[in-house]
Design a protein around this ligand. Sequence first.
Ligand SMILES: NC(=O)c1ccc[n+]([C@@H]2O[C@H](COP(=O)([O-])OP(=O)(O)OC[C@H]3O[C@@H](n4cnc5c(N)ncnc54)[C@H](OP(=O)(O)O)[C@@H]3O)[C@@H](O)[C@H]2O)c1
Length: 234
Amino acid sequence: MKDKCFLVTGSSSGIGRAITIKLLDSGAKVIGIARNHSKPKLEHKNYLTYSIDLSKFNDLEKIIKKIIQDHPEINGLISNAGYGEFGPLENFSVNDISSFFSMNLTSHIIITKCLLPHLKKKEIGDIIFMGSEASLTGEKNGTLYCSAKFGLRGFSQALRKDVSNSNIRVCIINPGMVRTNFFNSLKFSPGEDINNAVSEEDISNAVLSILTLGRNTVVDEINLSPLKKVIKFK
Ligand SMILES: NC(=O)c1ccc[n+]([C@@H]2O[C@H](COP(=O)([O-])OP(=O)(O)OC[C@H]3O[C@@H](n4cnc5c(N)ncnc54)[C@H](OP(=O)(O)O)[C@@H]3O)[C@@H](O)[C@H]2O)c1
C-alpha cells in the first residue's frame, strides 16, 4: 500500500478514523477531511488533515480541486462522512431535510465529481462509499436516512459501470450498527452486548481486503451485520 494515497472523509472519528489508522498502518498516505480533527488528534507522518464542513457547498468544488492539485499522489477516496437523523418526516423542517441530503448524499457526489478527472488521468483508482444497512431496506423512522443511503448505493452502482474502463474500482460498504459517536445525538444505540454491533476494526479490515485484491476484481458491495441485532432505546 506504500504507493497509495487516499482522501478519507469523516476521518476524525468512528469508522473513518478506524479506516484511516488501518490505511496508515498498511503504509498508505491519508488526507483526512472533517470539521474538527481534535477528538483527539491523530498524529502520523503520513496523515494530513483539512478542516472542512462538507455540507456547505459555496467553495467546496474549489477546495477539493485545490487539495487534489496540492496532492497529485491521491489515487483513492473513502467517502465516509455522515450523520443520522431519525423520526417522523413531518418533524423535520425544510432546512433540516436540505442540510441532511447535502451532507449525506450530495457532498459524496460532489467530491467524487471533483476527483474523477484526476483518477481517470492516472488510469487507476479506488472509491469506497460508506453506505449502511439502511441502503438496503426502508425502516420505520428512517425516511431521510434510508433515502440518502439508498441514493448513495444507486450512485455507487451506476458510477462503477461508468468508470471501470478507466481502471477505477467502486464499492459500497453497508454496515449494520457500529458503536460510534453517530448515536450520541440519537434516541437509540446498539444493544450493550459485543455481538450487537459491527466493530470499526472489522470495517477497516474489509476496506483493506477490498483494496488489496487483484486489480481485475471489484468488490461491488459488501454488507456487514452484527451477529445479533439489538436496538437499545435511550
Ligand atoms: N455507526 C453506525 O452504526 C453506522 C452504520 C452504518 C453506516 N454508518 C455510516 O458511517 C459513516 C461514519 O459514521 P460513524 O458511525 O463513524 O459516525 P461518527 O463517529 O459520528 O463519524 C462521523 C464522521 O463524519 C464527519 N462529519 C459529519 N458531518 C460532517 C460535515 N458536515 N463536514 C465534514 N465532516 C463531517 C465527522 O467529523 P466532524 O464531526 O469532525 O465534522 C466524523 O469524522 C456515516 O456515513 C454513517 O452514516 C454508520
